[in-house]
Design a protein around this ligand. Structure first.
Ligand code: HEC
Length: 471
């Protein structure tokens, strides 16, 4: 496997004048990759000398369009990264961006920003791709080299408008479920994994529906991640009694049903393509599966009352989605072990499928992941290669053009881990620890998620019931 980028093993130094005091983005325990010292060394060196031959680059004409298209989703007041994961500063205007110019040049040159961990071979394949072209990076570098000039006001594109929908990236939901009561995340809390079940009443959901989009919306800034689970009632419309205690080390809250995804740093909203929907039966138990994380201490306690919002398919979908997980639990990484491979974990399709999205999941020691498809005709393909996995960004990769896999395809998921002192220094864990499966960031996970549904063929078949997609 490709090795991790060595430059990350360095201290992050942001020039004083360019670093306004801003709230920290995410729970402090998880370190961020650091910018390259090498870059730091030469960016200031040529910052003030503009080459005479160089095409003049201005903010309004050349840089702002790049920021609008690739950065402002997160870098704006109340950006899309929610729940304590908000980007540290706005990049909406020249005045916003100017103090950060050098830092912007560093982050884009080292490809730390925008965050995107898939291999370049995938460029153009995923609809939520966040990458800059070499030319765009060069434009930003020239802008900084030439002294970060504003340019003419009339050159600027109109400001990007962001709809205000009360924090709902998916638009106004058809059904909003709120935690029944506010929950007190006490002063002493550092890591806390818990769950809150809500059984949908007749009033909340009178009929079976299909979910077109959903969003887990944190109610406080101390949420590290927050997932949704659905447990449909049995044939008699009954649910088992709700759990009285949520085990902190379980894969997900015990008996919570199907994991549907959620939110953590860098996630996009869960929006499914036209014609596809995720079934939501009336009487379903929706479980909020939340990891609270903060620095403990007097006065750090906060109330949380989070929400999940669902948007329903306006007309019946023609294909029903099911999530599938490729898991391995018997993890045992020795102290110092730098290249620990798990997998491949295989699963065979028992019918034709269109894959909507893929998501690799590991913790801080995770360094690479791969999904592959082995087709019945003997050919194979890498569906997703993540050579430099970063726990900081829990990306769900949505196919731009859905990936068709015929019946009898073997999907394999493999992941790699690094417990070496070098990687530890960069990512902030203890390399002397033997690592096993667990929920804590200091434990590990091996999970590959596949969201798929039967293809929509010319006709309008009734939606399939869930499941039965794999052997
Ligand atoms: C998916 C959301 C997202 C996108 C898109 C994004 N950023 Fe960021 N950015 C963040 C977050 C969150 C942080 C804070 C990370 C941290 O410091 O831990 C950050 C940090 C930064 C920093 C470093 C700030 C510091 O504290 O030193 C710079 C500079 C930056 N981003 C520039 C950009 C630029 C330029 C783009 C577009 C080309 C971009 N970002 C796109 C979320 C995003």
């Amino acid at each position: 496997m490709a090795s991790i980028r060595p430059e990350k093993n360095r201290a992050r130094v942001i020039p004083k004048h360019s670093a306004p005091v801003l709230p920290k983005r995410r729970a402090p325990k998880i370190p961020r990759r650091c910018a390259s010292l090498l870059l730091m060394a030469f960016v200031p060196a040529f910052a003030s000398i503009a080459s005479a031959a160089e095409e003049p680059v201005t903010f309004t004409r050349d840089v702002l369009p790049i920021l609008q298209g690739n950065c402002q989703d997160c870098h704006r007041p109340s950006g899309t990264n929610y729940g304590g994961m908000i980007a540290p500063m706005s990049l909406m205007t020249f005045d916003d961006a100017r103090p950060w110019a050098k830092s912007i040049a560093q982050e884009v040159s080292s490809r730390e920003m925008p965050p995107w961990d898939a291999a370049p071979i995938h460029n153009g394949e995923f609809s939520n791709e966040r990458t800059l072209t070499d030319a765009q990076i060069e434009t930003i570098q020239s802008w900084v080299r030439q002294g970060s000039r504003r340019g003419r006001t009339e050159d600027a594109p109109p400001p990007r408008e962001f709809k205000t929908t009360g924090g709902w990236m998916i638009g106004e939901p058809d059904l909003i479920i709120t935690m029944p009561e506010p929950y007190w995340v006490g002063d002493d809390v550092y890591d806390l994994y818990t769950g809150f079940p809500v059984d949908l009443t007749e009033e909340m959901l009178p009929d079976d529906v299909y979910i077109q989009a959903f969003q887990c919306k944190p109610g406080s800034k101390v949420i590290h991640h927050f997932n949704g689970h659905l447990l449909a009632p049995d044939e008699d419309g009954k649910l088992p009694p709700p759990p009285t205690k949520f085990e902190s080390d379980a894969l997900s809250p015990r008996g919570a049903g199907v994991y549907i995804g959620g939110v953590s740093s860098g996630t996009d909203a869960n929006i499914y393509p036209d014609g596809y929907g995720l079934p939501l039966k009336k009487g379903t138990r929706v479980t909020f599966d939340i990891h609270y994380h903060k620095e403990p201490g007097e006065g750090t306690g906060v109330w949380d009352q989070s929400q999940i919002g669902f948007k329903f398919c306006k007309k019946p979908p023609r294909s029903a989605l099911t999530g599938m997980g490729l898991f391995y639990f018997n993890i045992n990484i020795a102290p110092g072990e730098s290249d620990y491979k798990i997998g491949p974990v295989p699963r065979k399709t028992s019918r034709d499928l269109q894959i909507i999205s893929l998501m690799p999941h590991m913790h801080t020691r995770g360094k690479a992941a791969k999904f592959e498809a082995f087709y019945p005709d003997g050919t194979s393909e890498v569906l997703l290669d993540v050579p430099n996995y970063d726990f900081s960004w829990q990306t769900v990769y949505y196919f731009e053009e859905l990936k068709f896999v015929p019946k009898g395809t073997r999907i394999e998921y493999t992941s790699w881990y690094d417990n070496s002192p070098e990687y530890a220094a960069e990512r902030g864990f203890d390399p002397a620890q033997r690592v096993k499966y667990g929920q804590k960031s200091s434990d590990e996970m091996m999970m590959g998620f596949v969201m798929a549904g039967p293809p929509i063929d010319g006709a309008e078949p009734p939606p399939e019931t869930t499941g039965g997609f794999y052997e």
